[in-house]
Design a protein around this ligand. Structure first.
Ligand code: PMP
Length: 433
């Protein structure tokens, strides 16, 4: 096989590094987790990306989740074009915001009201401020390996199996901002029970990815989410599902719909903007009424509820919630993961695979994965090799072992079958090495 050329990407990456730290505007894009040069994208359509050297890839990253309909779906392109003609931002209310808010409340069982923001980071920061305001408590609990954006209080190092008082995970995060963040292992109810005993009536909120997608894909154990719901309720603590990634993807109603567990607050992002910058936080009416100007908790945004983003989000959710559309994309993820598991078996490579709706993941380890510690047993060097081999075979996977993969409505059975052919070659090359 002739090797793909990446000359133009390499040149653009060199140039980008002169003006942008690391050449990228979000760290994982720089391929540090897998080595090599990131491919620079020229255009995309449906399930495909084209890089600046003219190579085509079947995309299983989909902008890290938002593009449930595939790239540049007609309905979304049309909606954005039509709105752009009418203006790109007003800083005043529009009907579009209410229409999208209504649509989200119809789909998400735990969301009665919501507030739009511009990113997932903003959504989690705001939801936690609201939880603290509402409960009049300061401490929050998160789980190791769960990512909730880059807010100071959420950039906190994971504990080693026991609850630890938060230590900042990045220089520049003041101790004070992290000291009320308690970190626990995922999928361990006993650990949370102990924490409640240690900090009675001090914990404002427990925030988690109900299906974790930022340490690879890791699902909750049977009964775990129900247990979190019971414990938080008993202790007057708010339960926050960060569904920025899982919302509309694990099921149309998110992980909360799929597992039938209603959180007090939900954070959303990605899908609700249809590929434009959006986030949202929402939940029970009684709590959301605390948000200014209805209530005393301040939170605002010049571009919040931006009409282009609202139009894209609305067009996306309308199409995505049509009967059969989600199911077909979930079937694509199932077929892909079953195919990957089979290829790994044939190549004699130990692999853990999993799928939740239209999200999927796999780890190069013999150990079942249920939390961050077990996720980290994956052979990341093998993943890096596999990633590059897949790229050479025209399949674009996440440039890090600790990320989920995504399918969309554009991933038809033919597209998946073709991608599996490419991945067969990729498995062969990692088995040989
Ligand atoms: N929460 C989760 C679960 C996420 O996956 C992400 C982004 N990957 C965020 C929050 C942060 O969202 P954003 O990058 O839009 O700030």
């Amino acid at each position: 096989m002739t090797k793909l050329s990446h000359e133009r990407s390499k040149a653009l990456f060199e140039e980008a590094q002169q003006f942008i730290p690391g050449g990228v505007n979000s760290p994982v894009r720089a391929f540090r987790g897998v080595g090599g040069t990131p491919v620079f994208i020229a255009k995309a359509k449906g399930p495909y990306l084209w890089d600046v050297d003219g190579n085509r890839y079947t995309d299983f990253v989909m902008s890290w989740g938002p593009l449930v309909l595939g790239h540049a779906p007609e309905a979304v392109v049309r909606a954005v074009q039509a709105q752009a003609e009418l203006g790109t931002s007003y800083g005043a209310p529009t009907e579009l915001e209410t229409r999208l808010a209504r649509k989200v409340t119809e789909l998400m069982p735990g969301v009665e009201m919501l507030r739009f923001v511009n990113s997932g980071t903003e959504a989690t920061m705001s939801a936690l401020r609201l939880a603290r305001a509402f409960t009049k408590r300061d401490k929050i609990v998160k789980f190791s390996g769960h990512y909730h954006g880059h807010g100071d209080m959420l950039l906190v190092q994971a504990g080693s199996g026991v609850a630890t008082l938060g230590l900042p995970d990045s220089p520049g995060v003041p101790r004070g901002a992290a000291q009320d963040t308690l970190t626990l292992p995922f999928n361990d109810l006993g650990a949370l029970e102990e924490l409640f005993a240690r900090f009675p009536e001090q914990i404002a909120a427990v925030i988690l990815e109900p299906v974790a997608g930022n340490m690879g894909l890791v699902r909750p154990k049977a009964g775990y989410l129900e247990g979190l719901r019971r414990l938080t309720r008993e202790h007057g603590t708010l339960l926050i599902f960060d569904e920025v990634m899982t919302g509309f993807r694990v099921a149309l109603g998110g992980a909360q719909g799929h597992y039938a567990v209603e959180p007090d607050l939900t954070t959303l992002g990605k899908v609700i903007g249809g590929g434009l910058p959006v986030g949202a936080y929402g939940g029970r009416r009684e709590i959301m009424q605390w948000v200014a100007p209805a209530g005393p908790m301040y939170q605002a945004g010049t571009l919040s509820g931006n009409p282009l983003a609202m139009a894209a989000g609305l067009a996306t959710l309308e199409e995505w919630s049509r009967p059969g559309v989600f199911e077909a994309a979930a079937e694509a993820a199932r077929t892909l993961v079953e195919g990957i598991a089979k290829l790994a078996r044939q190549a004699g490579i130990p692999l853990q695979t999993d799928q939740a709706g239209t999200m999927f993941g796999f780890f190069f380890t013999e150990e079942p994965v249920s939390d961050y510690a077990s996720a980290k047993t994956s052979d990341v060097q093998r993943y890096a090799k596999f990633f590059h081999a897949a790229l050479e075979h025209g399949v674009y996977l996440a440039p890090s072992q600790f990320e989920a993969g995504f399918t969309s409505a554009a991933h038809t059975p033919e597209v998946v079958a073709q991608a599996l052919e490419g991945l067969e070659g990729a498995f062969r090359s990692v088995a040989d090495s």
